[in-house]
Design a protein around this ligand. Sequence first.
Ligand SMILES: N[C@@H](CCC(=O)N[C@@H](CS)C(=O)NCC(=O)O)C(=O)O
Length: 233
Amino acid sequence: MLTLLTFPDHFGEPGSSPFVVKSICLLNMSGQPWQRKLADVRKMPKQKLPVLKVGERLIPDSENIRSYLEEQGAEFDAGLSDSDLAASRAFIRMAEEHLYFHQVADRWLRDDVWAVTRDVIFEAIPKPIRGIISGKIRKKLQAGLYTQGIARFTEAERAERAGRDLQAIKLQLGDKPYLFGNSPTAADASVCPMLSGLVSIPLPTEVSNLVKNDAVLTDYIARMRDALYHIPQ
Ligand SMILES: N[C@@H](CCC(=O)N[C@@H](CS)C(=O)NCC(=O)O)C(=O)O
């Protein structure tokens, strides 16, 4: 039995992280039996989650999890043409390397959102020391976002940039239920969790509103949630 190691669920997102949600979608698409266990991120090979446990072997990173499932016979992109496969790779990168950072920025940079996020994510830490510990983690994250670059833009500037990605996703969806047709593919497993993660931001932000107020995107998220977000009990 495969075991997906994850964070707890927060803000309606299974496993809290879009990369965990991606792995949940891929596992469900693969048809392999699997279970979920909560894990301490500090003890993971790359100090990140998700990690897939196969016997005693730990496979960190959702991309490696995808490769492992493909080695086991999963075909996430069956029937896609070469140009679809190229577009799929580009959508995955756009979601994971750009939209993802808007979600992190919305969640961790804004003081009002942070106040809510902190008390949910760090609820296990006793209140008197929660502020100090979570504050140190936040400082590290703020520095990382500044180095990455996204923290140098205003929220309105970010919304403009993220909006172009959202428009590309809508153009690709067109009238189709999923990005490349009637069935979900690997690109849906990467793109949708970034969108639903934005919707899960606990207070309105300029970027999250672009998703929340868009019927095409919210319908797409609802479809993916129904089809692939479940965790076997
Ligand atoms: N490239 C990794 C990214 C995973 C990732 O960034 N996980 C974050 C949560 S969204 C994490 O574990 N962060 C913990 C930390 O940085 O301390 C993947 O695809 O799995």
